[in-house]
Design a binder for this molecule. Structure first.
Ligand code: BG6
Length: 488
């Protein structure tokens, strides 16, 4: 979707994945690269080199990928020839990023003529060392690109430090900071909904809108990632990136073009317009939660503190709800309610734009008070629903809300590429629009960090909520104060 895009023909590509035997690589990146290969979206001359501390030979690695990654390729997309063709592209090098003095083993295996993409699917604490060592091994040139996985740091200063260190070797246009939500078809469709249609724009502002809700609910718990998750929590893991990016797309002004800077300039303005919270605001306008034992569907599940590797004295939140304000003319006084949590009753990401009631009602029926709502469902369903009032058939003038329902899956039945597949293709083609720029990332931390610090100062433990519920009751009270309810 950006202006310039590299052609694949004649391109030689070495895709080098640090953390090549890690969870992200085997579950997401390799299956996504396989799909890109299957659909002819990898350059013909591609090599994928996994790097990791495991002492695998190449054939051990292929066997590992066969066992670990293949289950993440849906049977509909599996082709024995395509899969074995894909395995041919893979190689593996055992490297200990901290211990190995240099990366000469990697330098020996990469090709001089190839464009190199370095995907850092490791802990962010290794990013600086990796960049220093690949540069010292002569592997970075003006065609190289580096992909940085989230979380990029754990606060503003660590993010700045990483950005500075990476910036010594890579120019900003060579750096791809990934937020996989930006690769989702439905999230990209938000741009088209807002800027490819003219009917919404005149009403997309104060005073026509009374509130915006953004929910990303997950049924999963922390699973095997407790070690990482406990040091992050829902605020760093989800709000700082995915939810704020969704908020940006909903709230941004029309960009001058789809060029990377066109789009990112507008998102940055939104992030900088987010009203900073004082400790009193934090106490009033944010809710932290942590799941306790309960049931998701029919499955009985443990509480967060019972999960393996979670320390008993953990104060980490698995749920956040908050009220934010974007202080601009367009959004003056309109609350944005953000909510995300693990172990919710269903997986659902949706945005609800609630419009104001008619200024005056000519109808005697008390039920006129239901507001129009635009509900944008991002996952698992892809739908846009507009709730409007209609006359209830009969002799009176009673009304009731009905829904205009656009099911995007039936409108476009074709295959949707997974977020990582789409984003990896963007990296290969050199398209930056759906990646975060340095100032955007830092602006997000500037807003989030004082909230996390405020929680520490307030010293309260997260509220408990039963796994399989919609979070602590304080999250409902947060909306009720303004006369709203969560749309569930
Ligand atoms: C990741 C978070 O970025 O997003 C995970 O680290 C979370 O904790 C995941 O589960 C959710 O992504 P998706 O695509 O399943 O909504």
């Amino acid at each position: 979707m950006s202006n310039a895009s590299k052609s694949l023909s004649g391109l030689s590509l070495d895709m080098i994945i640090f953390g090549g035997a890690g969870d992200l690589a085997v579950r997401k990146l390799l299956p996504a690269l396989y799909m890109a290969h299957l659909h002819g979206n990898l350059p013909r001359d591609t090599r994928i080199i996994g790097l990791g501390r495991h002492e695998f030979s190449r054939s051990d690695y292929l066997a590992f990928v066969e066992i670990q990654s293949r289950p993440f390729v849906s049977p509909d997309n599996f082709g024995a020839d395509a899969w074995s063709g894909f395995l041919e592209l893979l190689d593996y090098i055992c490297i200990d990023v901290m211990k190995d003095r240099d990366f000469s083993a990697l330098a020996d295996r990469t090709r001089k003529e190839a464009e190199r993409v370095f995907y850092l699917a490791t802990a962010p604490s290794l990013f600086t060392t990796i960049c220093n060592k690949i540069a010292a091994s002569g592997l970075v040139d003006h065609n190289s690109r580096v992909v940085l996985e989230k979380p990029l740091g754990r606060d503003l200063s660590s993010a700045t430090e990483i950005n500075d260190a990476v910036g010594v070797h890579f120019k900003e246009e060579q750096i791809y900071r990934i937020d996989h939500y930006l690769g989702k078809e439905t999230v990209q469709n938000l741009m088209v909904l807002r800027f490819g249609n003219s009917i919404l724009e005149p009403i997309w502002r104060a005073p026509n809108i009374s509130s915006v809700q953004i929910t990303v609910a997950e049924t999963v718990g922390v699973g095997s990632r407790a070690g990482f998750y406990d040091s992050a929590g829902a605020m760093r893991d989800m709000v700082q990136n995915h939810l704020l990016q969704l908020l940006c797309i909903i709230a941004m002004e029309p960009p001058v073009s789809l060029s990377p800077n066109g789009v990112r300039d507008e998102k940055l303005k939104v992030l900088r317009s987010l009203r900073r919270m004082t400790v009193a605001d934090i106490a009033r306008d944010t809710v932290r939660g942590r799941y306790i034992r309960g049931a998701v569907g029919s499955e009985a599940v443990k509480g967060y503190l019972e999960e393996e590797e979670v320390p008993q004295d953990s104060t980490t939140e698995t749920f956040v709800a908050l009220r934010a304000y974007v202080d601009t003319w367009r959004w003056a006084k309109i609350p944005f309610f953000l909510r995300t949590g693990k172990r919710m009753p269903k997986r659902s990401s949706q945005i609800v734009v609630e419009f104001t009631n008619p200024p005056f009602s000519i109808f005697p029926d008390a039920s006129h008070g239901v507001a129009n709502r635009l509900v944008i469902e991002l996952q698992p369903d892809e739908a846009i629903r507009l709730q409007i009032m209609a006359k209830q058939p009969g002799s009176g003038m009673s009304m009731r809300p009905v829904t205009l329902n656009l099911d995007l899956q039936s409108a476009f039945p074709q295959r949707r590429a997974e977020a990582y597949e789409r984003l990896l293709i963007d990296v290969i083609r050199g398209r930056l629009t759906h990646f975060m720029r340095r100032d955007e990332l830092e602006a997000a931390w500037e807003w989030v960090e004082p909230i996390i610090d405020g929680w520490t100062r307030l010293g309260e433990n997260p509220h408990s909520y039963a796994a399989g519920s919609w979070g602590p009751s304080a999250a409902s009270a947060l909306l009720a104060r303004d006369g709203f309810v969560w749309h569930e």
